[in-house]
Design a protein around this ligand. Structure first.
Ligand code: B4P
Length: 223
């Protein structure tokens, strides 16, 4: 009797181990590290061209499971697909100029209406002008969620130039980059001041390693 009971216990223990290891498929299952935000996490990443907005947005998305909305990416897709919007913005982007505020605002408004944005979002590269920042306000008010976090990645012009020349994207020629950096100082710095005056801005040293930049952003988001 004793032997039957101990066999049964051993079998139960083995079954339990199998279940914990994902049905006995060799390696234990990976635990996903998505940390659902306590409230809809609404993040804006601002910085010059090549400051690392796209790089850090991907890491925030991975940790918090909220969608990454890159206006640059959306515009590049339109150009690649050859849509009428894409044809309209292609030359502007090739010159390193900013696309018209009305176009970018309409794209963002449309994207934020998608159901996946209910749990929050990361805006990467938007707003880039005060007009875009002001245009975003009624869109966010309609959503009724407070708690906007605006994160500025601070990187010197020299470092931005070096990073982008190394990346070699279609709009990463020396002349275009110079233009984009000039636009950043002429236009985006005003949008940064706009958020700073509202007390919403956090400044992060974007010249650290990718992991250290993320650690600083993450500490700020956890506050
Ligand atoms: P974006 O797509 O926003 O691109 P970006 O500013 O060039 O780059 P980002 O900051 O995302 O840099 P990334 O992480 O890739 O804009 C492109 C164009 O679209 C604009 O010029 C404009 O024409 C148009 N546009 C977009 N939004 C607009 C808007 N709202 N209004 C009007 N026009 C708009 O990093 C760059 C490189 O650095 C990568 O190679 C990366 O690996 C490296 N890197 C990142 N972090 C690093 C670190 N900490 N250390 C070392 N290297 C790092």
């Amino acid at each position: 009797m004793k032997t039957i009971a101990s066999l049964a216990i051993t079998a139960l223990f083995a079954l339990c181990l199998l279940a914990c290891n994902g049905g006995g498929q060799g390696e234990p299952q990976q635990v996903r590290t998505v940390h659902p935000a306590r409230q809809p996490l609404q993040v804006i990443l601002i910085g010059g061209p090549g400051a690392g907005k796209g790089t850090q947005a991907a890491k925030i998305k991975e940790k918090y499971g909220i969608p990454h909305i890159s206006t640059g990416e959306i515009l590049r897709e339109e150009v690649a697909k050859g849509t009428s919007l894409g044809m309209q913005v292609k030359e502007v982007m090739e010159r390193g100029e900013l696309v018209a505020d009305s176009i970018v605002l309409a794209l963002v408004e449309n994207r934020l209406k998608q159901p996946d944005c209910q749990k929050g979002f990361i805006l990467d590269g938007f707003p880039r002008t005060v007009a875009q920042a002001q245009g975003l306000e009624p869109i966010l008010q309609k959503r009724g969620h407070p708690g906007l976090k605006v994160i500025l990645l601070e990187v010197s012009d020299r470092e931005m130039m070096q990073r982008l020349l190394a990346r070699k994207r279609a709009d990463d020629t020396e002349e275009t980059i110079k233009n984009r950096i000039a636009k950043y100082h002429a236009e985006t710095v005003e949008a940064i001041r706009y958020y700073e005056e509202k007390g919403l801005l956090s400044r992060i040293d974007g010249e650290q390693s990718i992991e250290d930049v993320f650690a600083d952003i993450d500490a700020d988001l956890e506050e």
